[in-house]
Design a binder for this molecule. Structure first.
Ligand code: NAD
Ligand code: IPM
Ligand code: MN
Length: 381
């Protein structure tokens, strides 16, 4: 491989609150990934741009043109989090969150993969009994660029007692079809089961959703499909989370269920995500938000961001062995007993660490892992 001339361009969007802290942690890990790529004759270049509240403060807009252009020109984008109380009184299109929604739409990343797995040693932190979360390995596929987040008309009118507000949930056949294909393809590589979530007993969009999902299911006779109403799904996830393989949901249902899964696996802080479309360019972000309550204290859990780097390396850089090495370095740090406060359970053998120390340890273990692999391959002999 040495001598090839491949360069990956990454855009880092730290954003607000704990965003810059977890992206700082991800950068430490990306540094080790960059070293590995260099050994293989490739290169990794990272540039940072503002988004969300930070961008509003700097430029007056949550998604500045320069940020958008850089993201559109990148191989992959890694985002921290946006939003916070400082910008909460701004109008709907000026809010930090509008920057993120605009970015997802511009990148056309309609499929948001949110894996929920039980990391070793974290079962203690789950509010559920360890026997029901032990084998949890679920992939939530959330539709990301449609539904009530984007439907028109939306807005509000009137004053006082005559105030009115409207949001519109709308889905077209192809918006459902393309994300359903992502779910069925993923199920083929996993345990062969898709559970599609809807509210077809009430919503027109859900009736269409179920119809289209069944049509797509017809193209995957080897995959088992099951439908579940979203309210009972919320209950089943706490009752028997390990019974699910791939869970497919529209935008808002997927948003809500993914935070529930964060609670189930012990902390929202460890949940990663990958948002993909047809362009090959991906957007990667931890599932958590800007966590203003813990920002600036070096106590945020960086594992969601670091595991998002693993997803980036897998899907956008197509280097699965490096992705596996990152995941195994995360497991290694947990096995050594390292815990940020959100995942600490106070047991003997645990060591409470901050964001930076956790990232440093994961990076050290990753470097070790990659070096051992090189040695085994004979690269150093
Ligand atoms: P949040 O996810 O920021 O926080 C929820 C709870 O989880 C808080 O108690 C927080 O301290 C904790 N938490 C979150 N991430 C953590 C981490 N990495 N380590 C340890 N603890 C962590 O949700 P919220 O408080 O409802 O929202 C805060 C802001 O974040 C809002 O402005 C919201 O719009 C925004 N938000 C942004 C994103 C995103 O950028 N992708 C996602 C969700 C929420
Ligand atoms: C998420 C967040 C976002 C969403 C917000 C911040 C716009 O909650 O990524 O889960 O609702 O999609
Ligand atoms: Mn959310």
């Amino acid at each position: 491989m040495v001598g090839t001339d491949v360069r990956f361009d990454l855009v880092l969007l730290p954003g607000d609150g704990i965003g810059p802290e977890v992206i700082g942690a991800a950068e430490v890990v990306l540094g080790v990934v960059g070293d590995e790529l260099r050994r293989e004759g490739m290169a990794l270049a990272c540039v940072k741009h503002p988004i969300g509240g930070a961008a509003i403060d700097e430029t007056g807009e949550p998604l500045p043109q320069a940020t958008l252009e850089a993201a559109l020109g990148a191989d992959a984008v890694l985002l921290g989090a946006v939003g916070g109380p400082r910008w909460d009184s701004l109008g709907p299109s000026q809010r930090p969150e509008a920057g993120l929604l605009g970015l997802r739409q511009a990148l056309e990343v309609y499929a948001n993969l949110r894996p929920a797995t039980m990391l070793d040693g974290l079962a203690e932190r789950s509010p559920l009994r360890s026997e029901s979360v032990g084998g949890l390995d679920l992939l939530l596929v959330r539709e990301l660029t449609g539904g009530v987040y984007y439907g028109q008309p939306r807005g509000r009118e009137g004053q006082g007692a005559s105030r009115k507000a409207v949001d519109t949930m709308a889905y077209a056949d192809n918006e459902i079809r393309r994300v359903a294909h992502v779910a069925f393809r993923a199920a083929r590589r996993r345990r062969g089961r898709v559970t599609s979530v809807d509210k077809r007993n009430v919503l027109e969009t859900s009736r269409l959703w179920r119809e289209v999902v069944d049509e797509v299911a017809g193209e995957y006779p080897d995959v088992e499909v099951q439908h579940q109403l979203v309210d009972s799904m919320a209950m089943l996830l706490v009752q028997t989370p390990s019974a699910f393989d791939v869970v497919l949901a529209e935008n808002m249902f997927g948003d809500i269920l993914s935070d529930e899964l964060g609670g189930i696996v012990g902390s929202l802080g460890v949940m990663p995500s990958a948002s993909l479309g047809d362009s090959g360019r991906g957007l990667y972000e931890p599932v958590h938000g800007s966590a203003p309550d813990i920002a600036g204290k070096d106590i945020a859990d960086p594992l969601g961001a670091i595991l998002s780097v693993a997803l980036l390396v897998e899907h956008s850089l197509e280097l699965p062995w490096v992705a596996r090495a990152i995941e195994s370095a995360v497991q290694g740090a947990l096995a050594l007993g390292l815990r940020t406060p959100d995942i600490a359970s106070g047991r003997a053998g645990e060591r409470l660490v901050g964001t930076r120390e956790m990232a440093g340890e994961v990076a050290r273990l990753l470097a070790q892992e990659l070096f051992t692999r090189q040695s085994l391959n004979g690269a150093y002999f």
